[in-house]
Design a protein around this ligand. Structure first.
Ligand code: GLU
Length: 484
């Protein structure tokens, strides 16, 4: 038997993290067993059909590192086959035509419920000779009147419900041509030879209905796994939902998550391998199994996702990271980076990547390398604070100390035009030595000397190391900023 899993979204836009997690797990399970992972676009509900949303969903899945081996681009295109199976169910007597109007059904259901009965269509056992001629009809599946409906779930074991809890479900709407989800999904899973149907816990009730269709058709029932809910972050109740913000993949793309970080985070949201926090895709393929997935819902924790992202950013190769980060810088500075600026970014990458949790944070931290920015509040304050001279009551103003520094730079770093006097290269080591030298000469603490320099060069007090930043900016730009 070839293991075959699938993800079957009805895309309405960027993939939900729950769907992405389901895709990751299904993908891993198929790969673990050398099987096939399929993507089936469930676009049967035409009111919610947005071609652009389907493309966005596919991009999200690819971005996060989940590749499908087989694609069913449109479930809607298979509707003839769905109708054919509905007719076979009619012929077998497992389904029947229901001519009741919506109003009749609503009234009958209300009446039944008031007496704690299950609603049943009056057409369930009607003699076909009594069928009206020109009235539209829905097709309903006959659910058993008594006993239990039982399914086996890899995560939850045997689960059953009393048959009387289920109404005779509609499988074709009364327009005569629109099949309903519970039918289409069974027909497609059967035709695609899906061996494992693993989907969100909210589908458990559907699975009982679907089981009836498998049984009525005499088809093999796939193995089921109902995946735990993703719950709202700590301190909030209910499921993770739109109001919690970070629920679709586009959020993470925009914030500058690395796909492997989100993959790792979602992978472990309800599944784990000992205490391993960092798990690569390859390792996950080896280790993952639906039977180790938790039954209980898992709380979403953005901080955890962020700290994983920080890890993956730190570990990533500098050149690859520069390519990924460039668009975030371009957005921040509102223009494209030149080739030479990209080289500057690459040179600063070792300093930037250890200090941020996202690429948006990186662009905030490193934007000063490419544009001048308004000084932040703390930097502004520093420029107003005189620097104390050690062992003295005297102080020196920040700009005065900066002027001395500028003088030092022109004495030692600028290439002399008409002499052979040696000069220093504008490199971080030489700059660091200069700072120490000047601090000593001025008799001020080095930290105090550098604070206003940092403020003028980087426009902030939180920056990458100053000497490296100044090397990256180049002498001319640094002197310009120091004079400004
Ligand atoms: N289209 C359904 C959904 O997005 C699929 C559920 C299933 O996997 O069967 O919820």
């Amino acid at each position: 038997m070839i293991v075959k899993t699938r993800i079957a979204p009805s895309p309405t836009g960027s993939a939900h993290v729950g769907t992405a997690r389901g895709a990751i797990w299904n993908y891993l399970y198929a790969k673990k067993h050398g099987g096939v992972f399929a993507l089936r676009i469930e676009d049967t509900d035409r009111d919610r059909y947005f071609p652009a949303a389907i493309e966005e969903f596919k991009k999200d899945l690819t971005w996060i590192g989940v590749e499908w081996d087989e694609l069913v681009p449109s479930q809607y295109a298979l509707r003839k086959r769905h109708l054919e199976v509905a007719n076979q169910l009619l012929e077998k007597g497992a389904a029947y035509k229901c001519f009741s109007t919506k109003e009749e059904i609503d009234a009958a259901r209300e009446k039944a419920e008031s007496k704690s009965f299950k609603f049943q269509s009056p057409w369930r056992d009607a003699d076909p000779s009594t069928y009206p001629m020109d009235k539209p009809f829905a097709i309903r599946l006959k659910t058993p009147q008594e006993g239990v409906i039982k399914i086996q779930d890899i995560i939850r074991g045997d689960v059953e419900i009393p048959a009387k809890d289920l109404e005779d479900l509609v499988i074709i709407r009364s327009d005569g041509e629109s099949p309903i989800y519970n039918l289409t999904v069974v027909v497609d899973d059967h035709d695609m030879e899906i061996t494992h149907v693993a989907r969100g816990e909210e589908h458990l009730i559907n699975t009982f209905k679907q089981k009836l269709i498998y049984d009525a058709m005499g088809w093999d029932v796939p193995q089921f796994a109902h995946l735990p809910l993703i719950l709202a972050p700590a301190g909030q109740s209910g499921k993770l939902s739109k109001r919690h913000g970070a629920v679709t993949i586009d959020y993470y793309k925009e914030k500058g998550f690395l796909p492997e970080a989100l993959f790792n985070y979602l992978l472990r949201l309800g599944w784990g391998h000992g205490n391993d926090e960092i798990i690569s895709k390859e390792q996950a393929i080896e280790w993952f199994d639906f039977k180790d997935v938790s039954k209980a819902g898992m709380r979403f924790d953005l901080d955890k996702a962020l700290s994983l992202n920080a890890h993956y950013i730190r570990e990533k190769d500098d050149q690859a990271l520069t390519d990924l980060a460039a668009p975030f810088f371009e957005k921040k500075i509102e223009r494209m980076l030149t080739e030479s600026e990209k080289k500057t970014l690459l040179a600063m990458m070792p300093e930037l990547k250890t200090r941020v949790k996202t690429l948006v944070e990186m662009a905030d931290l490193g934007a000063f390398l490419f544009v001048t920015l308004p000084l932040d509040e703390k930097a502004q304050k520093i420029l107003e604070k005189p620097i104390p001279i050690t062992d003295s009551e005297d102080k020196i103003s920040p700009q005065e100390s900066i002027n001395l520094l500028i003088q030092h730079f022109s004495d030692f770093f600028v290439k002399p035009t008409n002499s052979d006097r040696p000069y220093l290269k504008w490199e971080s080591d030489a700059l660091t030595s200069s700072f120490m030298h000047i601090a000593e000469e001025m008799n001020v603490k080095i930290g105090k000397l550098l604070q206003p320099v940092r403020a003028k060069i980087c426009f902030s007090t939180i920056t990458p190391p100053l000497s490296e930043s100044m090397e990256a900016l180049g002498m001319e730009e640094c002197i310009k900023r120091l004079k400004a």
